[in-house]
Design a protein around this ligand. Sequence first.
Ligand SMILES: [Zn+2]
Length: 67
Amino acid sequence: MTLSLFPSAQIPRHKYITRMHVMDAGSGLIEFECGKCAYNTGMIKDIHTVTENKRGLPCPICNGKGD
Ligand SMILES: [Zn+2]
């Protein structure tokens, strides 16, 4: 008998990732907001590169959390 340990691996990935865009930034803090669901991160620690910030962070709401 074979059990699948990772059934979630069979779920197709989202074709597009909804990304949040920078609303404000400064002093090592940055704020992102999703243009789709309006989720706002508030001022969070800016731990990403400028390039990553410009591209935007994946929205946890629109992209789901895997459960
Ligand atoms: Zn969103």
